[in-house]
Every structure is written in structure tokens, then in C-alpha cells.
Design a protein around this ligand. Structure first.
Ligand code: V47
Ligand code: SF4
Length: 381
């Protein structure tokens, strides 16, 4: 039995204790500042522990953004470059392979690959980023491309989503990351990224991935111009696809970092507070009753808030992370990498048990430099 006392939360508390699904109206009520954050956190923690016990997961991973040059101009993005800007880069096979080698030397189990849509790159270049890595380092899981990129590949090849996805799987694609979701509601999406793949395309891509047997993640970019009802709408749409396919593993709420962005400058937006971060985390855990894991991405939240988030619904911290650019270009002050020892300490300080997982949530067992995947981790969904 929980210790919460606010009358405003009573009906929702009863539903959560009984394991009943919350409605969109319940979600909007949770968004109200009248709902005390500690009580919201306590409810989210109940669900978190029901699903994942005391475990807190992490992996040893690295990022690869093979180009930052992008045809789109999402107003929240500090990472992109114009074709002829000094900061623009475009990697060749050798540079890509060097990253693979570095990842293997560092014991990584996963490489997270996303980037810009280069004006001149052909589809074969994107395919080759995946295939050269997979051919050389077949044990490195490649979590690559968002629906925005897959949609772009469809335009380049004049093929449909299924064709592109099958071809990428053939090249070595292992799963899809959660990016490109932003906010699905057109009232917001049309202001922050009007030209890129819309919500219908985003869902079609993840549905196809799940049908083809791939797992994927999902995200929500919050703390800019969206209202609470846009966030709840976003969560409900994700929950509906998950009811259909069961293919999402993890949800990652992403706080907007305004530095060096058009959106931040035009609207004078400040980065969301830690209290806002924890509220979004907790509401996400409560609304997404069918998604096994909620990630507190420490790069985005900061180490302190990520630690607290482990008691506000989150059960995963992402990983050691290396070569992160999207958040650091937008002003993130977090370190560029965290050691395994530091991640484990962070988790233990939060009173949780650190467990290394691979991308598909198998336990990772290490013996010196060698590692192998063990048992599948099954959350109580
Ligand atoms: O789609 C871009 C967001 C996403 C900014 O799947 C920004 O495990 C805040 O999706 N401020 C890419 N957010 C990152 C992403 C992700 C991260 C960690 C783990 C996983 C996973 C996925 O980052 C973009 C966009 O929503 N983003 N610019 C910014 N200035
Ligand atoms: Fe390009 Fe992605 Fe940045 Fe949008 S978020 S401008 S698609 S790199």
C-alpha cells in the first residue's frame, strides 16, 4: 500500500494499484501542477518495480553520426550543418571502420547510428555504413536509422519502407533507435520539423520493423512549445502501436536543449528543470503500461537527475556512450563518456542493482575482455 494522500490522485492511485490502464484524461490530470511530484514519483516507482524489480540496466555503447550535413532544418537541431559550412563532415568507409575498431577495443556491444540526410549521398553510401561495420564486426549490434532516414532512403531508391528495411537488415541492421518522433501532434510538428517524415510515416516505419521481427525504441522531445495535451496524445499513440505489435522495448523522454538552436533563440526557451524532467519521466512510466523499459538518458538529463529518475519510473540509463554530438552541440554539459565503474556506482548510490544488458535486453556476461550474451531479461508487462 502506498503512502500517498492527495485527494486529487486518489482515483488514479486506485487504478495503478489495481493494475488498470490510465486514460488520456488521467494523463492530463497527472500533468497538473496540483499533483505533488513526490506522490507522482511514488506511483511511477510502484509500476517500475512491478515491471523491473530493483534492476537498473545499462550497456557499453558508442555513437556514430556518419554525416552532420542535412537537407532538413528542424528548428530544435544544433547538430546539422549546411553543405558548405565549416562544421560539416561526411565520413568515408575508413573512418566508419575506425569507429568500429575503437568500439570493439572498448568492449562495446552496440553502436547507435543516426545522422543527417546529406544532399549528395546516394542510398548505397548509407547501406554501406551498415554493411562494412557488420561484415568486419558481426558481434557489434547496429541500432541504426530513424523513420526520418528510412523515409529519405525510400525517396532515394523509389522503394517502399518494407523494401528498404529488408535491404538494411540484409546489410546488418539489428534494431531501430527511437529518434525522429519529436512530438507527433501536427500543431507542434508543423512548427518544429514540418518537412521531414510525419507521424503517419513514423508509425508505419516502426510497425513494419516490428512485423519484420526487429525491436525498436521510441522517444518524445519535450520542453519546447508543446502543451501537456500534446505530450499525452504522443504517449497514447505510442501505447496504441505497442498494443498492436509489442515491438517497442524502451521509451526515452528527451528534454529539449535550446543552445545553438533556432527554436531556442526565437522563443527564448530555457532547458526544462529537473522537476519537469522527473514529472515527464513519471507520467511516461504510468501511461506506457505496455512498454517494458523507460530510459533516463544521462547525457540529456545530467548524471544527478538521471540518478533520481531511477526512483521516478526509469529502469535504464542507456550506456557508457562515446562520440555523442546531438546533445553536446546543443549545449549539454554532461561528460562525453562515463566509465562502467562510474555507471555502476551511480546506480548503486540510487539503491538499485546495476545489470549490463545488450541492445535486445540479454544479460551480458564478461570475463576479462571477452563477453557473451546470457539470459533474456523479461519485464513483467
Ligand atoms: O530525434 C535533437 C532529439 C533525437 C535536440 O533509441 C534533441 O536508445 C533535445 O533519439 N535538444 C535523437 N533533443 C536522439 C535519440 C536517442 C537518444 C538516446 C537513446 C536513443 C535510443 C535514442 O534527439 C532526435 C530529437 O528528438 N534532439 N536535437 C536538442 N537540441
Ligand atoms: Fe536533420 Fe535530424 Fe537535425 Fe532534423 S534533427 S535537421 S533531420 S539532423
Amino acid at each position: 500500500m502506498l503512502q500517498t494522500t492527495s485527494p486529487i490522485l486518489k482515483p488514479i492511485r486506485e487504478k495503478v494499484e489495481a493494475g488498470e490502464r490510465l486514460t488520456a484524461e488521467d494523463g492530463l490530470l497527472l500533468e497538473s501542477p496540483e499533483v505533488p511530484l513526490p506522490e507522482l514519483g511514488e506511483l511511477a516507482n510502484l509500476v517500475r518495480e512491478r515491471k523491473n524489480g530493483n534492476a537498473a540496466y545499462y550497456n557499453i555503447n558508442t555513437h556514430l553520426n556518419p554525416t552532420n550535413i542535412c537537407v532538413y532544418r528542424c528548428t530544435f537541431c544544433a547538430f546539422r550543418s549546411d553543405l558548405r559550412q565549416a562544421k560539416g563532415y561526411w565520413m568515408n568507409d575508413e573512418q566508419v571502420l575506425a569507429r568500429g575498431r575503437e568500439a570493439m577495443n572498448n568492449g562495446c556491444t552496440e553502436m547507435h547510428i543516426v545522422g543527417g540526410l546529406h544532399h549528395q549521398a546516394k542510398y548505397d553510401w548509407y547501406r554501406q555504413v551498415v554493411s562494412v561495420l557488420h561484415d568486419e564486426y558481426p558481434t557489434l549490434h547496429l541500432k541504426a536509422w530513424t523513420p526520418v532516414e528510412i523515409d529519405w532512403f525510400c525517396r532515394l531508391t523509389k522503394k517502399d519502407i518494407r523494401w528498404v528495411m529488408e535491404d538494411m537488415i540484409d546489410a546488418g541492421l539489428g534494431s531501430l533507435p527511437g529518434g525522429g518522433a519529436e512530438i507527433f501532434h501536427p500543431e507542434v510538428r508543423n512548427h518544429i520539423c514540418e518537412h521531414k517524415a510525419d507521424s503517419r510515416r513514423w508509425f508505419e516505419t516502426h510497425r513494419t520493423a516490428h512485423e519484420l521481427g526487429l525491436k525498436s525504441n521510441c522517444t518524445m522531445l519535450y520542453g519546447h512549445i508543446e502543451q501537456p495535451y500534446h505530450r499525452i496524445d504522443h504517449l497514447v499513440r505510442l501505447r496504441e502501436l505497442q498494443d498492436e505489435t509489442g515491438g517497442f522495448q524502451t521509451f526515452i523522454p528527451l528534454a529539449f536543449h535550446p543552445e545553438n538552436t533556432k527554436l531556442g533563440a526565437e522563443r527564448n526557451i530555457k532547458k526544462p528543470s529537473s522537476l519537469m524532467d522527473l514529472r515527464v519521466m513519471a507520467i511516461s512510466r504510468l501511461m506506457l503500461d505496455n512498454i517494458p523499459h523507460i530510459k533516463a538518458y544521462w547525457i540529456m538529463l545530467g548524471v544527478g537527475t538521471a540518478q533520481v529518475a531511477l526512483a521516478y519510473g526509469a529502469d535504464d540509463l542507456d550506456g557508457t556512450v562515446r562520440h555523442e554530438l546531438i546533445y553536446h552541440d546543443a549545449g549539454a554539459k554532461t561528460p562525453e563518456i562515463m566509465s562502467v565503474a562510474d555507471i555502476q556506482q551511480l546506480i548503486r548510490e540510487a539503491g538499485r542493482e546495476p545489470i549490463e544488458r545488450d541492445t535486445l535486453y540479454h544479460r551480458v556476461e564478461r570475463d576479462g575482455e571477452a563477453w557473451q550474451t546470457g539470459q533474456q531479461i523479461v519485464a513483467n508487462v
